[in-house]
Design a protein around this ligand. Structure first.
Ligand SMILES: [Zn+2]
Ligand SMILES: [Zn+2]
Length: 328
């Protein structure tokens, strides 16, 4: 099978012919029809996330069809459409797993990081961490739901019932979160790279009531803000934009250092928190909600062998919505 392989951080992915993987106990073999390109992939490829199992096939927003089930898989049948997310395995016994916080597991394994992912024609997954995909989405449209959607949704939950919600960085996750927030009656204030008119127009199309550069202050104080841009300097900026009691949620897995800031902007019971990974419960809740909103995803398709180009476009902010690889 064809796959794009990361041999070591900092070099482009290599198109390779790999042997067809075989599903073991509890696993399914999936023919990949679409795999989203997530910012986390970029952090793996660029070496900002330091624990990849090299060589690795990246990609954790996978939509495909079951080709074969290993022993003791009852959840899925052959030909069924499945989604495979970032959370690929948890230990089940650590104190986090035992208290419904498997996203914080002490010994997790992640798809496209420690487990070969979806930048390939086929992949293997532990059936317990896969999900049926809601009906009306095409494979390409469904792919960004699996991470931009799931982790975006978890970030939105952590932001609480904010009437005025700021979103910093308007890419794949933001465009999904904005639709859900609007559905809930929240007002979205979108912040992009200063002067990025395309991203600002995109945010407006997604229902933002105000758009501006991340160097601007919103016209009214926000109740919460979610940061999807991996830029530490946005933490104090967002703290200054939220009202007393406001929450600033960092939704990405990696961020540049946060500059020091005066206690004054945290005072007033403002909160800064991160969101780490996802639980299977988040996935079930979001995948049930998405078609009801209904969340519509905007995708830019790329053939599998153009994965490097898709990553470059993401790094440079030259995408509207989500890049999706089509290995078919
Ligand atoms: Zn655990
Ligand atoms: Zn992701």
């Amino acid at each position: 099978m064809k796959a794009m392989v990361l041999d070591r951080p900092g070099v482009p992915l290599r198109l390779a012919d790999l042997p067809m993987p075989e599903p073991g106990e509890g696993q399914i073999l999936v023919r990949v029809s679409a795999c989203g390109v997530c910012r986390t992939d970029l952090h793996v490829v660029d070496g900002e996330l330091t624990e990849p199992a090299l060589p690795i096939v990246p990609g954790h927003e996978i939509i495909g069809h079951v080709v074969e089930t290993g022993p003791n898989v009852e959840r899925f049948q052959k030909d069924e459409r499945v989604g495979i997310p970032w959370l690929g395995y948890t230990c089940g016994v650590c104190r986090f797993c035992r208290t419904q916080r498997e996203n914080l597991c002490d010994a997790p394994r992640f798809t496209g990081y420690q487990i070969d992912g979806g930048y390939a024609q086929y992949t293997i997954a532990d059936a317990r961490y896969c999900f049926p995909v809601p009906g009306d989405y095409s494979d390409a449209e469904a792919a960004p739901l699996m991470c931009a959607g799931l982790i975006g949704y978890r970030s939105l939950e952590m932001a609480g019932e904010a009437e005025r919600l700021g979103i910093y960085g308007f890419g794949a996750a933001a465009h999904i979160v904005a639709q859900v927030a609007r559905h809930r009656g929240q007002q979205v204030f979108a912040f992009t790279r200063p002067g990025d008119e395309e991203a600002q127009a995109f945010a407006r199309d997604m229902g933002a009531v105000w758009v501006g550069g991340s160097d601007q202050r919103p016209p009214e104080a926000l109740d919460a803000a979610i940061l999807f841009a991996p830029v530490g300097a946005l933490v104090p900026a967002a703290l200054e934009a939220v009202a007393k009691g406001g929450v600033v949620v960092a939704g990405g897995i990696h961020m540049s250092d946060i500059p020091s800031f005066p206690y004054d902007i945290l005072w007033g019971e403002r909160v800064v928190r991160s969101v780490a990974n996802l639980t299977r419960r988040d996935a079930e809740a979001f995948l049930a909600l998405a078609p009801k909103v209904p969340v519509k995803t905007e995708v830019q398709p790329f053939p599998l062998d153009q994965a490097n180009e898709a990553l470059t476009r993401l790094r440079e902010g030259r995408l509207r919505g989500a890049a999706v690889l089509l290995p078919g």
